[in-house]
Design a protein. Structure first.
Lengths: 110, 115
């Protein structure tokens, strides 16, 4: 059975204090690993897709990396507007279905 | 493009009532999905569709039904509402069968409470 575990469940940061979120996965083959951002009361918003171990992608203060067993989302010098829940999902074959982790709630204080 | 739209935004049902959650997308995506999200949890797949006329069960389909008569619309039906169906429901669509540009686009959600 495909499983995705995110840690920590919640993270409180001071503005400028860099940190990393972890996404560990067990999947029978990996077509892709996805990171989403979700603001309160809204639907998830796509951030990144990673396809193979060693791959990295960046967007502003966010950088996602992938190994064979886990992915990290690094937040560099976060700002209060980075406060959100970050969701990780894996896409095993076949088809385009996603299995989500429970998310990490990030709060960045000014 | 409006993207993925969902109606209603909020709904309160009594136990045993029925309702349909509406979902539409104007991006001509073949794949569409219904998820539920319980407080503090990730998303769980209820049903999905790979095209008009084709639907399949996800991880938690019990108590729900779907249909897909057009590419644009993918309604979710609750026949006999139960308190366990209190949740936030998200519809999503996916543009491609290929590896590239394979992300899902989500609607704003419907918050459902069953009392």
């Amino acid at each position: 059975e495909d499983q995705v575990t995110q840690s920590p469940e919640a993270l409180r940061l001071q503005e400028g204090e860099s940190s990393s979120l972890n996404c560990s996965y067990t999947v029978s083959g990996l077509r892709g690993l996805f990171w989403y951002r979700q603001d309160p009361g809204k639907g998830p918003e796509f951030l990144f897709t990673l396809y193979s171990a060693g791959e990295e992608k960046e967007k502003e203060r966010l950088k996602a990396t992938l190994t064979k067993k886990e992915s990290f989302l690094h937040i560099t010098a976060p700002k209060p507007e980075d406060s959100a829940t970050y969701l990780c999902a894996v896409q095993p074959p076949p088809g385009n279905k996603l299995t989500f982790g429970g998310g990490t709630r990030v709060l960045v204080k000014p | 493009n409006a993207g993925v739209t969902q109606t209603p935004k909020f709904r309160i049902l009594k136990i045993g009532q029925s309702m349909t959650l509406q979902c539409a997308q104007d991006m001509n995506h073949n794949y569409m999905y219904w998820y539920r999200q319980d407080p503090g949890m990730g998303l769980k797949l209820i049903y999905y569709s790979v095209g008009a006329g084709i639907t399949d069960k996800g991880e938690v389909p019990n108590g729900y039904n779907v249909s897909r008569s057009t590419t644009e619309d993918f309604p979710l039906r609750l026949e006999l509402a139960a308190p366990s169906q209190t949740s936030v429901y998200f519809c999503a669509s996916n543009p491609s069968r290929d590896r590239v540009h394979n992300e899902q686009f989500f609607g704003p959600g419907t918050r459902l409470t069953v009392l």
